[in-house]
Design a protein around this ligand. Sequence first.
Ligand code: ADP
Ligand code: MG
Length: 559
Amino acid sequence: MARKKAFKAESKRLMDLMINSIYTHKEIFMRELISNASDAIDKLYYKSLSEKLEDVDRGTLQIDLTLDKAQRTITIEDNGIGMSKEELEENLGTIAKSGSFDFKSNNETDEDIDIIGQFGVGFYSAFMVADKVEVVSKQYGSEDAYHWMSENSDGYEITKTQKDTSGTIITLYLKENTDDENYDEYLESPTIQRLVKKYSDYIRYPIKMDVEESRKKEDSDEYETVVENKTLNSMVPLWKRNKSDITKEEYDNFYMDKFQDYNPPLEVIHTSVEGTVSYNALLFIPSKAPVNYYSNDYEKGLQLYSSGVFIMDKASELIPEHFRFVRGLVDSQDLSLNISREMLQHDRQLRAIATRIEKKIKSELLKLLRTDREKYEAFWNTFGTQIKYGVYNDFGANKEMLQDLLMFYSSKEDKLVTLDEYVSRMNEDQKEIYFISGDSVEKIDKLPQVELVKEKDLEILYLTDDVDEFALQILNTYKEKTFKNISQGDLDLASDEEKKKVEETAKDNEDLLNALKEALKDEVSDVKISTRLVSHPVVLSAADGMSFEMEKVLAQMPN
Ligand code: ADP
Ligand code: MG
């Protein structure tokens, strides 16, 4: 008798939380288990090609589903790579093993639920419909097979067992029906067929099941029931299908399944290119940043396929840093199957694809800006900071790529505007793009410096993000206009008449100014009569060079 092992503590709590709350659609357990089976076959398929394995018949790789009403079980079987004993422990005994997930144990707010939804809770979704789960697995190349079992998601045990071929068999013992939940429906063949079509149609391997069909007997009017082992999925990868035949729901399901996001994507970019390099790309802009997005755990990159064969996850060379939020995949017949991570950097084809993908993402974002402002702003609010850091970090190398994507709050429009919009509204004698930094739009709006510029009916960009001013400084110009911080130096907005008046006032008050200068000599570098004030009596103004805001940001930076 094997000793029963407890799940790691956080796993148990997470499982309970998940089983009871996150997925309103319990039916997704099917897609999770099928996608795991498909991943396992992908791994064996790839191994057999790259290592030229003789004993793997790639034509027979498949997923088999079996329904047993008497036992109330569903079985999902694959002949993929299988799991060793250690892998069963590691993969099914703990959750969120990436460590990126710092589970908050003391509250169960909606926010938590959202967080969980972003993680690969895949396998555990079985416990949403089953109170007992058995896994029998044999790793390719190994002699030994193991049996993993967990009841009520309350710990698990592993024993040795027999299995002829490599792969994994998962058996779910369905829960009893309750007043609100009907689990019996998952024992119905039409339900399972529908779920496979809905969530797993694009899986590259046949998903087979015995299906009863009533058929007309030959040479007779009678019908008979025959059982046919049918392939339930169409097996065409989504990205190889015609764009116009794909529904939003299909894209959404594909994305949420493959990239483990609880939310549908904000935008889908599906493109197919033929030429010196040919490829299909299916890219997604998430609607929310993943929880670990701003941590070091987040890995950018696209999945890479070669003629439909999965090669690797998160090929980072395919996505530039400033678009690192983009998820998706690239499938190209021009890539060698044996390409390694180390080779990616130097592969010319891959670099050509990466360049085109970057351009494509930019043009799609600009299109979104033109056609669906609201959606673009949603994108900007989620990932805009990334774009601004992109401008800043690359010392202007990406100016052309990124400058038209930027948005800042406008004093005149009372909303986010692009630099292009700003410049197109500038009157003839306005030479510079005015901006000012501060903590918030409300605070900036009250600054004395703002008043005068607004009075002159000039538009000001309010910069509220730490990186904003640095980004503009790197940009240096936009459409040949320079940027001008209105809290700095001389704005030269005054008319000759106003200037003359100021000169006279300064002369008349020379004694006062000198007295102030003397009194504040350690504090400020000069005291002047100003043309920059309307109703405020005094304004502190930085000399040209580093602004107050930039000094503040730099002072906060760790050394
Ligand atoms: P994810 O698929 O996101 O990694 P899951 O919880 O769905 O998370 O699965 C956890 C891990 O268990 C997988 O990464 C894989 O290593 C292993 N696994 C699950 N199902 C299978 C299977 N049918 N064959 C081989 N390995 C599997
Ligand atoms: Mg999975």
